[in-house]
Design a protein around this ligand. Structure first.
Ligand SMILES: NC(=O)c1ccc[n+]([C@@H]2O[C@H](COP(=O)([O-])OP(=O)(O)OC[C@H]3O[C@@H](n4cnc5c(N)ncnc54)[C@H](O)[C@@H]3O)[C@@H](O)[C@H]2O)c1
Length: 275
């Protein structure tokens, strides 16, 4: 999609972080943007702010991406407001850090529902129109956590590995249709993703998130967080140039290489693990 002006984008998880930055960036490109999020008051506030500079170009639709019927409702609202959708960003995601074996089934359901099923429902709902039109672009946000695993975020890794596999398959399925596909695998980005339990369904009984300053997270992870606007910039370039992979940090490729090397050499990837 080398021409974004006048086109229509749907962004899930648009009330915060990368999704909010993408929405602003698409508007600056002259697109109309449908902002979808489960956190309704924040969504409406952010959409109203963006609409001030771009009147008539912003629609906010309260959507839980883990609910296929709500994703269908999102598409209907987008079509009614702006017509055919050209760019779909399956960006909504949550991270709840507990060891995999300590994660309750209901929490598995929540995280898999948002991070993996939400992407699948988005693809299933929006791609048929793109294929029929012979043009469009799907951006699925996975994570560096979908390319190799650390410890303590097992459910998150499971969902993000799933998004990477889904997106690689989708790109092959759509080859020759005119619909492009991008898989976004960020390392640390300065957002509220580590406070994801703010949006957890109440019945899960998860504690309210503690705010950890980004500088502390950077120190813990030995990295520098990328501003979300820079991620949005990379994603827009990928859409225009038709690039599949988007990563944010130079450290990602060597880590993936080390993980793949452990597989090729049949070496246990866990530190201190037996070969
Ligand atoms: N921030 C990072 O370091 C980082 C790194 C790798 C990948 N990611 C991924 O980037 C994506 C965007 O996250 P972010 O970092 O901007 O975090 P964020 O928490 O700032 O934004 C995520 C948005 O998703 C929304 N959301 C949560 N559950 C939803 C649901 N069921 N339906 C619709 N919307 C829902 C939230 O309300 C929030 O507005 C996520 O998929 C995340 O996993 C983030």
């Amino acid at each position: 999609m080398d021409q974004l002006e006048g086109r229509v984008a749907v962004v899930t998880g648009a009330a915060s972080g990368i999704g909010l930055a993408l929405s602003g960036r698409f508007l600056a490109e002259g697109m109309s943007v449908v902002m979808a999020d489960v956190e309704q008051p924040v969504l409406e506030a952010r959409a109203a702010e963006l609409a001030e500079a771009h009147p008539g170009k912003v629609l906010a639709v309260h959507t839980d991406v883990a609910d296929a019927a709500q994703v269908r409702g999102l598409k209907e609202a987008a079509n009614e407001a702006f017509g055919t959708v050209h760019v779909l960003c399956n960006n909504a995601g949550v991270a709840a850090g507990r060891a995999t074996w300590k994660t309750r089934p209901e929490v598995w359901d929540w995280e898999v529902g948002v991070n993996l099923l939400g992407v699948g429902y988005g693809v299933n709902t929006f791609v048929p129109d793109m294929v029929a039109a012979g043009e469009g672009h799907v951006v699925n946000t996975a994570s560096e956590a979908g390319l190799h695993a650390a410890f303590g975020l097992g459910v998150y890794h499971a969902t993000k590995y799933g998004v990477v596999g889904l997106t690689e398959a989708l790109a092959g399925e759509l080859r020759g249709t005119g619909v492009g596909v991008t898989c976004v695998c960020p390392e640390l980005v300065d957002t509220l993703v580590f406070e994801s339990t703010r949006n957890a369904p109440a019945h899960l009984g998860l504690p309210a998130p503690a705010h950890i300053p980004m500088s502390d997270l950077e120190a813990m992870m030995g990295t520098t967080a990328m501003p979300p606007a820079e991620v949005a910039e990379l994603i827009v370039a990928a859409i225009v140039e038709g690039t599949f992979w988007v990563t944010t940090h130079d450290a990602t490729a060597p880590r993936v290489h080390a993980r793949n090397a452990s597989l090729e050499a049949a070496i246990d990837p866990t530190p201190g693990g037996a070969s």
